[in-house]
Design a protein around this ligand. Sequence first.
Ligand code: AMP
Length: 114
Amino acid sequence: MTDCLFCRIVAGSIPSTIVHRDDHLVAFRDIDPNAPMHVLTIPTTPIATLNDLSSEDDALIGSMFRRAAAIATEHGYADRGYRTVFNTNRESGQTVFHVHLHLLAGRGLNWPPG
Ligand code: AMP
């Protein structure tokens, strides 16, 4: 659990601003935010990319989206709007190979993304 960056955040061995933690998920503030609210939600067990999911992960991925929606709601962004994104592999810009759902809110977000 300690050989990848986000595993260390789960373990608490490097600092992060945690906004939610339960047995299966941790959500924390992105260290280099791209919006007034930028939170990453990750599973406590590492999965490298969306390509590595199995049907056993369906509930986990669903719970990540529901958690992101709950965090957006708690911070007043549910009606204004927000974006949830998984980047996968090189051309998407994925840099950390432990799946993470970005939650971006608090400004107008361009579409299509760059
Ligand atoms: P991605 O490019 O989709 O892999 O996103 C990785 C995200 O992790 C980026 O938005 C980074 O700013 C963020 N990040 C990297 N290191 C940390 C850290 N120690 N704590 C919080 N966020 C981080």
